[in-house]
Design a protein around this ligand. Structure first.
Ligand code: SF4
Ligand code: SF4
Ligand code: SF4
Length: 464
C-alpha cells in the first residue's frame, strides 16, 4: 500500500504551471503539474529517483550554510552619513535632503574620527566603511580626513578594510578622483537608465546629471583595469513607474557604459516615495513583468557572447544552486539590521541600518541604537531596536513565512514593515514586500528551469 504521508513541507505555484517544493532542510525541486500531483497525494516523494530530475537540488540542504557562523560575527557594513545636504531632488529620495548649501547637517571631523574608532573596534575582521549622504562629496574635507584616519588606524587594527563612497558624481573633480583611485577606495553611484529616464527620476539643475554620471563611471572603470568589470565602480538602478516601459533600454544603457552587470532594484514605498506612490509606484505584478523583460535582455546579451550579469538573479542563484549565503543584508534571516550593518548619522546617532536612519531623519527614532562615543558595542547590539529587528525579520517566526516554500532564500525588512504597515513585525500576508519577493523568485526560478538560461546563470556564480 502506498504511503499517503506528505514528505515536503511547503510549495508555491510558479510560472508555466510548475510548482516549487522545498522541505525544512532547504532541499527543493521544481515539478510539473503531473509530478506535483503525485508528490502532494503521497504517491511519490520528491526524493524518488524516478521523480527527481535536473531541476531538483535535493543533495545539499541549504539550511546549514544559512546558519554558518561567519555570517554572524558582528556588523561588517558601517555606513557613515557624512552630511544630509544634497544638490539633487530625486523623485523617490527617502530623506528630504537639506538644501545643497546648508552645511548644518555636516558630520564634524571630531564625530567622524570617533565613528572610525568605534567601527574599527567592532569584532568582524571584514569591515566596509561606506561614506554617504545626502551627497557625501558636499562634506569632502571631513570625508577625506575620516578615510585617511581609517587607513592609518587600520595599520594596527589589521582589519580587511574596504572604503567606499556613495555619490551622485555631480561634485566629482580631478583632485577627488586622484585621492579615491590612489587609495583604492571604491565608488557607488546611481544610474537609472538612459538620459531621459535618469534625469526624470533624479532631478539636478536644468539639464540633469546623467551625462556627468556616465562620464565618471567610465573614468573610474578605466582607472581600475585590473578589477572585475562589475566591481569598481558600482552603479545601482531604482525602478519607478517611468522605468516600466524601458527594460531593454535600461539594460543596454548599463552595457554600453561598460559596466559588467546591472542590479535591478524595486522602489520601496517609504518616505517621499510613499507620499507620491500614485505617481511613481507600481504593483508587484507590474514589477514582475518588468524584471522578467530586463532579465531576458540580459540573457540576450550573454547569448551574443558578452558576460553581463544581473545581480538580483545571482544573489538568489547562489543560494539556490551553490548553497551559499551571499550575505546580502536585506535578504537573510534575521536581516542585517544591527547584526550585519550599522549606520552612523551625521549628528552621532547610531541606527540599525541606513533605512532605520532614514526613518530617524523623518523624526521617528524607533530604530535608534545609541550614540557614538557614549554607547558600547554591547549596548548597541542589545538595544531594543536591534532585538526587535532580529525577531521581526526571522522568517521562521513569521506565521506567513514559516509556511512559505521560499523562506530559506528570502528575507524580511522590519523598516519596510514599519513604514508601510506601522509595525516592524508587519503583516506579511499580502504585503507589498512579499509580493515583490515572490515576483523575483518566480522569474529567477523560471530562468533556472530553462536549460539555456540556466547555463548562463551557472557561468555567473563565481561573481563575488
Ligand atoms: S542624490 Fe541621493 S540624497 Fe540626493 S536627492 Fe537623490 S537620492 Fe536623495
Ligand atoms: S516574505 Fe513572502 S516570499 Fe518571503 S518567505 Fe515570507 S511569505 Fe515567503
Ligand atoms: S531593517 Fe530592512 S533595510 Fe535594515 S538591514 Fe534589515 S532588511 Fe535591510
Amino acid at each position: 500500500m502506498k504511503s499517503k504521508r506528505k514528505v515536503f513541507n511547503n510549495y508555491e505555484k510558479i510560472n508555466g504551471g510548475d510548482y516549487f517544493v522545498c522541505d525544512d532542510l532547504g532541499r527543493w525541486g521544481i515539478f510539473g503539474e503531473e509530478e506535483f500531483a503525485k508528490i502532494s497525494s503521497g504517491e511519490k516523494d520528491m526524493y524518488s529517483p524516478e521523480i527527481s530530475g535536473p531541476w531538483t537540488e535535493i543533495e545539499k540542504p541549504y539550511r546549514y550554510p544559512l546558519l554558518a557562523k561567519e555570517n554572524y560575527c558582528g556588523p561588517s557594513l558601517h555606513i557613515m552619513v557624512i552630511t544630509l545636504a544634497c544638490n539633487h531632488a530625486c523623485l523617490y529620495c527617502r530623506v528630504s535632503p537639506e538644501a545643497g548649501g546648508d552645511m548644518t547637517t555636516n558630520m564634524t571631523a571630531r564625530t567622524a574620527i570617533k565613528a572610525v574608532d568605534a567601527i574599527l573596534s567592532t569584532p568582524n575582521e571584514n569591515i566596509t566603511v561606506e561614506f554617504q549622504g545626502g551627497e557625501a562629496l558636499l562634506n569632502w574635507p571631513v570625508l577625506k580626513e575620516a578615510a585617511t584616519y581609517a587607513m592609518r588606524k587600520n595599520v594596527t587594527a589589521g582589519k580587511n578594510l574596504l572604503l567606499s563612497i556613495v555619490t551622485n558624481f555631480s561634485l566629482m573633480d580631478e583632485d577627488k578622483f586622484n585621492f579615491i583611485t590612489e587609495n583604492g577606495i571604491s565608488v557607488c553611484t546611481s544610474l537609472d537608465g538612459p538620459a531621459e529616464l535618469h534625469n526624470k527620476n533624479r532631478r539636478y539643475g536644468k539639464t540633469g546629471a546623467h551625462d556627468k554620471v556616465v562620464y565618471w563611471i567610465k573614468r573610474f572603470l578605466k582607472a581600475n583595469p585590473g578589477g572585475e568589470a562589475d566591481s569598481l565602480p558600482y552603479a545601482l538602478m531604482t525602478t519607478t513607474k517611468h522605468s516600466l516601459g524601458m527594460p531593454e533600454e535600461i539594460v543596454e544603457e548599463y552595457r554600453k557604459t561598460g559596466l559588467g552587470g546591472i542590479f535591478i532594484r524595486p522602489l520601496s514605498p517609504i518616505g517621499q516615495a510613499g507620499k507620491i506612490w500614485e505617481e511613481i509606484g507600481y504593483t508587484p505584478e507590474e514589477y514582475e513583468k518588468f524584471y522578467s523583460a530586463c532579465l531576458d535582455k540580459v540573457f540576450e546579451i550573454n547569448r551574443a557572447g558578452d558576460r553581463f550579469i544581473e545581480r538580483a538573479c545571482v544573489l538568489l542563484a547562489k543560494k539556490l544552486l551553490q548553497h551559499k549565503d551571499p550575505n546580502y543584508l536585506d535578504s537573510k534571516t534575521p536581516c542585517g539590521a544591527a547584526t550585519g550593518q550599522l549606520a552612523y548619522n551625521w549628528d552621532g546617532k547610531i541606527y540599525t541600518c541606513d533605512e532605520g536612519r532614514m526613518v530617524g531623519a523623518m523624526g521617528d527614532d524607533l530604530f535608534l541604537l545609541g550614540k557614538i562615543g557614549e554607547s558600547s558595542y554591547g549596548d548597541i547590539l542589545t538595544a531594543p531596536a536591534a532585538r526587535t529587528c532580529c525577531m521581526a525579520s526571522c522568517v521562521e517566526s513569521q506565521p506567513k513565512c514559516c509556511r512559505c516554500a521560499f523562506k530559506y532564500f528570502c528575507g524580511l525588512c522590519p523598516v519596510h514593515n514599519y513604514a508601510v504597515q506601522g509595525t516592524p513585525w508587519g503583516d506579511i500576508n499580502g504585503s507589498y514586500w512579499c509580493g515583490i519577493q515572490k515576483a523575483v523568485f518566480r522569474t529567477v526560478l523560471s530562468a533556472i528551469k530553462d536549460e539555456k538560461k540556466r547555463d548562463i546563470i551557472d557561468g555567473w556564480l563565481d561573481w563575488e
